[in-house]
Ligand binder design. Structure first.
Ligand code: AMP
Length: 191
């Protein structure tokens, strides 16, 4: 099953992705994690990406497409994947469609986790103090939220128009949200 997880920063996407990976035995492809490992490895891409990430802005669509194309071509992604953090704008959504069409592996499901925006800013600030992520100060969190509203929120409508979107409420316990997600995926696999 090929799944895109959508939701604002702090919506619990990463946590739910980890649970889905365990349940469905599919690779978790997080573009944020791919970029952070490039930063840690000190590659040329990593050095460029760090400056952009620290400002709460987006790495260019070209770089992201190359990164995702390389990752989706790996063997473990053939049975399916849980994509987290991509696409982040309409151009990326169109590029992903093009890529998956070429690979003859169309998307099955775009899953949007809906959470209250103020709550998300609180979660991001908390994670900043727990993990010490340099892109997670409150100011950067607000910037990321603004970029999300302007660029990523329209991706939800894009997938709704394609008929592959489901939405789940992201409030409540991790387990509650996960069982909503599993409910949606079961409906999708029978439809
Ligand atoms: P994340 O861990 O998904 O919140 O990503 C952390 C940061 O990596 C983002 O704030 C962006 O700067 C960058 N990033 C991750 N995914 C993308 C993407 N699809 N397009 C552009 N930038 C991205």
């Amino acid at each position: 099953m090929r799944i895109v997880l959508l939701g604002a920063p702090g919506s619990g996407k990463g946590t739910q992705a980890a649970l889905l990976v365990e349940q469905l035995k599919l690779p978790h492809i997080s573009t944020g994690a791919l970029l952070r490992s490039a930063v840690e490895a000190g590659t040329e891409l990593g050095l460029k990406a760090k400056i952009i990430m620290d400002r709460g802005e987006f790495v260019s669509d070209d770089i992201m497409l190359k990164l995702i194309e390389e990752r989706l071509s790996q063997f473990d992604a053939i049975p399916g994947f849980i994509l987290d953090g991509y696409p982040r704008n309409i151009a990326q959504a169109e590029a992903l469609d093009g890529l998956l069409t070429r690979l003859e592996r169309p998307l099955d499901e775009a899953l949007q986790i809906d959470v209250d925006i103020e709550k998300m800013i609180e979660r991001i600030a908390l994670r900043a103090s727990e993990e010490g992520r340099s892109d997670d100060s409150e100011e950067v969190a607000r910037k990321r939220m603004q970029v999300y509203a302007e660029q990523t929120a329209p991706v939800v409508d894009y997938y709704a128009d394609k008929g592959v979107l489901s939405r789940v409420l992201g409030m409540g316990s991790v387990e509650d949200v996960f069982s909503r997600i599993m409910g949606v995926l079961q409906i999708r696999s029978y439809s």
